[in-house]
Design a protein around this ligand. Sequence first.
Ligand SMILES: Nc1nc2c(c(=O)[nH]1)N[C@H]1C(S)=C(S)[C@@H](COP(=O)(O)O)O[C@H]1N2
Ligand SMILES: [Mo]
Length: 324
Amino acid sequence: MFIRRRKSWEIRESQATAEGVLLSRRAVVAGAGAAAGAVAIGFGLARPDEVAADTPDPTASLYPAKRSEAFKLDRDITPEKANLNWNNFYEYGETKTVASAAQSLKVRPWTVKIDGMVEKEREVGIDDLIKAMPVEERLYRHRCVEAWGMAIPWTGFPFKAFLDFAKPLSSAKYVQMETFNNPRMAPGQRLPYYPWPYVEGLTMEEAANELAFLVTGAYGKPLAKQFGAPLRLAVPWKYGFKSIKSVVRVSFTDKRPVGMWEKIQASEYGFWANVNPEVPHPRWSQAMEDVLGTYDRRPTLLFNGYGEHVAGLYKDLQSERLYA
Ligand SMILES: Nc1nc2c(c(=O)[nH]1)N[C@H]1C(S)=C(S)[C@@H](COP(=O)(O)O)O[C@H]1N2
Ligand SMILES: [Mo]
């Protein structure tokens, strides 16, 4: 008898517990129906200017970059194919299968605006930025609040190097990052009940921590679009929603940024969002995690196992809601 074996990364699909499920229901309840109808018509519209081919990537020769020995994994690297087919990227849909839709993301030309509390506001081309940065490969784990985890070889540069480049004023307390906002290029951004663009933030101390990493590549190549090309964040001690994709703007501020998920549901998604097995999310226990690309389940680790690097950041912040 032949039994079809599920591909291992399909493991949680049937459970339908995506970050946004609750939101969609709420939106229906709130009577967003009329707007949703307009959105349905909008889907499928292709604008030639937005889906035109990218201009060539002049940084391609940087890959694969030299791997840093400083960051070790306690598990195998997630198979690339599994990772490429299991993504959260709400700009391209509310499921994990956004890979093909995300191919309409145009990543060249691309600029990053640096503004707010800086010596001088400016806009930098992605390739000029990457060429000015110390690019390396790092093996990091990633832990989504939906209780799955992966291990991935990112290529990129330390956020600290970007801070030296951006020159924030000493009065800046936070760094806020923003994803592109272009509903013609990203069908998910036609869903009116999301407060686009996607926004996330860190304290200056967090951004300067050696673990905070700005990612330009994965698996020894420039980033696949569904990973959030051409520039995304990796803060592996925090839940995955903090690691914002496809960044176009970095602002320095003295006001605590309010992320997109926090705007939607502050009781579920806070500013700090540090991984902690003992603090459940209202919809998911955080005690264990599914290892993407395998049938394994593992106990979750405090700060996702990165406490030696980051626990010190939070010593004087015990009154804050650090783990949600
Ligand atoms: N702009 C943007 N960034 C985003 C998201 C998103 O929907 N849009 N999803 C976040 C969530 S919830 C997770 S778990 C990770 C997923 O990254 P991956 O697809 O590379 O695994 O991206 C994060 N960054
Ligand atoms: Mo996530």
